[in-house]
Design a protein around this ligand. Structure first.
Ligand code: PEP
Ligand code: MN
Length: 382
């Protein structure tokens, strides 16, 4: 399949995705150790089966046709230390899904942001703590949150594999598919089998790595899984069309999901032109990442009311266009943390535990699900 309007390959050797520039990759200090871990990973058992990736592809096809709703959620960053405690998050997601299923009278596809969400893109590669400059935390697959663990360590990729495997054991029987941001291309490449990414059923490309000429878009175009791309408020309709042409040239229902994260103030203005550009994709709302701010006492936080307002805006846009509001992508936990303000939380200092972005706690998550249930129940007015 040829890519429309892309003549960049003319007069040059055709490149594979491996030659393309890769944004947001760790500066591993020990290339030999990295090579040995990647060689081990390339021989390891797949974490998920291609057949189960195909099963999710089918389910996402139902979402694309407006016959199902996606609920995707979990922490911003999983830590190895808390891997055994995912039960509460799974239960919360399942309660939300059950509520939505009942309200919408259509199936909810459950996709956890778990069992692999160990790598984070960052806006700066260093930070200053107590007057000292240290590498930023890039997720447990790369380095540790504590200051003495900030040097990237390739052996953490092997830990990521083992921890994902034990988390999947806990998830077995709970009816969830698994997903994470496919950020670390060496890790994903080493776990690719027969054209399938086998680290998770669904991978997504983050807002910072969706460059058309970059390695992430290149790698994702080479795999057969259902995939997603985050879109922030700077995305233009032509970017969305170009991404769809590259990642889903045949426009196969369920292949491509766009996860919009515009912010409550922008979603109603920015989203309509993007959805209209590729209405056949699955469109999902991430009401978290466009609504992050720092509280006066220094916590990275989000307001529950803004999160809810972005979800409402997302539904309004789809109602006006006559397209399907395909689902929600949330950062949440089953624990009683105090990381997002509102809906019962006023003091962030009580139990702020996130390794990265602020999550909705269990009560906030269920409140939000009740609100979304009401939106799903509202008849479409024509
Ligand atoms: C995330 O999902 O944690 C994230 C970094 O999101 P985005 O790529 O949308 O900024
Ligand atoms: Mn996040």
């Amino acid at each position: 399949m040829y890519v429309k309007d892309d003549r960049s390959h003319l007069g040059r050797r055709l490149t594979t995705w491996r030659d393309l520039p890769r944004a947001q990759q760790p500066a591993w200090p020990d290339p030999l150790e990295l090579r040995s871990v990647l060689s081990w990973l390339s021989r390891a058992d797949p974490l998920v089966s291609p057949a189960d990736c195909d099963a999710l592809f089918e389910r996402m096809g139902a979402v694309a046709r407006g016959e199902a709703f996606l609920l995707q959620g979990g922490p911003c960053a999983e830590t190895f230390a808390e891997a055994s405690a995912v039960g509460g998050t799974l239960r919360t997601l399942d309660q939300m899904a059950t509520l939505l299923e009942y309200a919408g009278a259509s199936p909810v596809v459950r996709v956890a942001r778990l069992a692999g969400q160990y790598a984070k893109p960052r806006s700066s590669s260093v930070e200053r703590i107590g007057g000292v400059e240290v590498p930023v935390y890039r997720g447990d697959a790369v380095n540790g949150v504590s200051l003495e663990d900030r040097l990237p360590d390739p052996r953490r990729l092997r830990m990521a594999y083992h921890t994902a495997s034990s988390t999947l054991d806990i998830m077995r029987g709970s009816g969830f598919f698994t997903s994470h941001e496919g950020l670390l291309l060496d890790y994903e490449d080493a776990l690719t089998r027969g054209g399938y990414a086998t680290s998770a059923h669904l991978l997504w490309i983050g807002e910072r790595t969706r460059d058309l000429g970059g390695g992430h878009v290149g790698y994702f175009s080479s795999i057969r899984n259902p995939i997603a791309v985050k879109l922030g408020p700077t995305a233009r309709p032509s970017d969305v069309v170009a991404l769809a042409d590259r990642l889903d040239p045949a426009r196969t229902a369920g292949r491509l999901t766009f996860i919009s994260r515009m912010g409550a103030r922008k979603v109603r203005d920015v989203l309509p032109a993007l959805v209209s550009a590729v209405p056949e994709a699955v469109w999902v709302c991430d009401p978290m990442h466009g609504n992050t701010f720092t509280s006066p006492d220094g916590y990275k936080t989000r307001s529950y009311d803004e999160v809810l307002d972005e979800v409402r805006g997302f539904f309004e846009v789809h109602r006006a266009l006559g397209t399907h509001a395909g689902g929600l992508h949330l950062e949440l936990t089953g624990d009683d943390v105090t990381e997002c303000l509102g809906a019962g939380v006023t003091d962030l200092s009580l139990r702020y535990q996130s390794a990265c972005d602020p999550r909705l706690n269990r009560a906030q998550s269920l409140d939000l699900a009740f609100e979304v249930a009401a939106l799903l129940r509202t008849p479409v007015l024509v």
